[in-house]
Design a protein around this ligand. Structure first.
Ligand code: AMP
Ligand code: GLY
Length: 417
């Protein structure tokens, strides 16, 4: 089968890596891809904010299946456009992707369908925020309604801070959501959905802050791990029944069936799991950690979602653990520097260890940094310690000027024992 993946980050390198292992994938294309993806797929430049440009690439490549990685193409409606042309595509329609692209839609949807989430209020002016604040304890969470590439959430310690954050977020356009601050441990839970049924895939934990000990600014994610212990059977059942399947039922009832990956961003609170956000796609870097563990053929999973047969699929994961450590460029996240030469990419790798590329580009002589998150060094092993050991061993032989990475990926799991 001729398959086209849209996207060009670590997540898409992992998707291409998993698809290329499938015996049924004969030709693999990626748009735009990156220097790492280019070693396993034919890369084609594309503008991911433009449905027209993505259609141009689809016409040029003529794939039998298109897999969408990031949220932006979903938000602009690439799945609807491809469905309209009769092209098989994996991912939710624009209306279904509102679970991610509009936080106010997601919050009211959860309320309508009895999915546990924090108390909230939608506001469209600073005055409304000021009037709503007395109903919230401090700190309070202020969120932009639309897609904001991880930069749309502010945790405000005082009312004045909340109003200032509101003014800044409202200046970007759109409304915002004021939300009760939840305490607990975060968990990313992934389910495969086919419009009717949600099937559990795995859980992972991301590390959003730049620096060790969860300090420093928020980022797209500095590393992730996935273990069996992260998702004991009781939690898996609860998240499946009370969150993912409820969301799939609700979307079907509202006439916008959800197909694709439902990424449930959870806070495990003292009062039970609550949804922080839904994403309508694989996470990055969670995907890298999950796909190195996944034994099920990714193509089977994708086709089950499109064909409406997810209920027949049991997703198998390699027992044990995996870890992914991100190497980010100098200046990330505020002002990532591009063009630094990367060395150490040619080293021999231990079994089940992969250097996924994120923001990289190839020059005639070198591979250079080309974005904020540069590499996602990922390993699977029998234990989390082993997976981390392998990932860091590989990362320690990689170098570029100004490289930033966390030394403490997985610390929550390691300190719990
Ligand atoms: P979101 O994009 O909604 O997942 O928010 C990004 C990050 O902000 C989450 O991963 C949490 O770390 C934090 N966050 C969001 N909502 C809340 C909340 N209600 N309580 C505490 N932390 C939150
Ligand atoms: N790792 C968080 C995300 O992909 O949104």
């Amino acid at each position: 089968m001729r398959v086209l993946v849209i996207g060009g980050g670590g997540r898409e390198h992992a998707l291409c890596w998993a698809l290329q292992k499938s015996a049924r994938v004969s030709e693999l294309f990626c748009a735009p891809g990156n220097a790492g993806i280019a070693t396993i797929a034919t890369c084609v430049p594309v503008e991911q904010t433009s449905v027209l440009d993505m259609l141009r690439v689809v016409h040029q490549v003529a794939p039998e299946l298109v897999v969408i990685g990031p949220e932006v193409p979903l938000g602009v409606g690439i799945v609807d456009a491809l469905n309209g042309e009769g092209v098989r595509v994996f991912g939710p329609t624009q209306a279904a992707a509102r679970l991610e692209s509009s936080k106010s839609f997601a919050k009211s949807f959860m309320q309508r369908h009895g999915i546990a989430t924090a108390q909230y209020q939608v506001c469209s002016s600073v005055e409304e925020v000021a009037a709503a604040l007395p109903a919230f304890a401090m700190p309070v969470v202020v969120k932009a309604d639309g897609l904001a590439a991880g930069k749309g959430v502010v945790i405000a310690e005082t009312g004045a801070e909340a109003e200032q954050a509101a003014a800044e977020l409202l200046a970007l356009g759109g409304t915002l959501v004021l939300e009760k601050f939840l305490e607990g441990e975060e968990l990313s839970f992934f389910a495969l959905c086919d419009g009717n049924t949600a099937v559990p895939i795995a859980a992972a934990q991301d590390h959003k802050r730049l620096l060790d000990g969860d300090r420093g600014p928020n980022t797209g994610g500095m590393g992730a791990y996935s273990t069996d212990e992260l998702l004991p059977n009781s939690l898996r059942q609860a998240l499946l029944r009370e969150v993912a399947q409820r969301a799939v039922d609700g979307m079907r009832e509202e006439g916008t069936p959800f197909r694709g990956i439902l990424f449930c961003g959870m806070m495990l609170t003292a009062r039970g799991p609550m949804v922080l956000e839904f994403n309508t796609r694989w996470g990055d870097p969670e995907t890298e950690a999950i796909l190195v563990r996944m034994e099920t053929d990714l193509l089977d999973l994708v086709e089950a979602s499109i064909n409406g047969t997810a209920g027949d699929l049991a997703v198998r994961m390699r027992p044990g653990a995996s870890a992914c450590v991100i190497a980010a460029s100098a200046g990330y996240p505020a002002a990532p520097r591009k063009g630094d030469v990367i060395s150490g990419l040619e080293q021999p790798l231990p079994e089940a260890t992969v250097i996924f590329h994120a923001g990289t580009a190839a020059t005639p002589t070198d591979v250079v940094t080309a974005g904020g998150r540069v590499l996602a060094v990922t390993a699977a092993a029998a234990t989390l310690d082993d997976a981390l050991f392998r990932a860091y061993q590989v990362l320690d032989r990689v170098h570029f000027e100004g490289m930033q990475f966390r030394r403490d990926i997985g610390f929550r799991a390691l300190t719990k024992r």
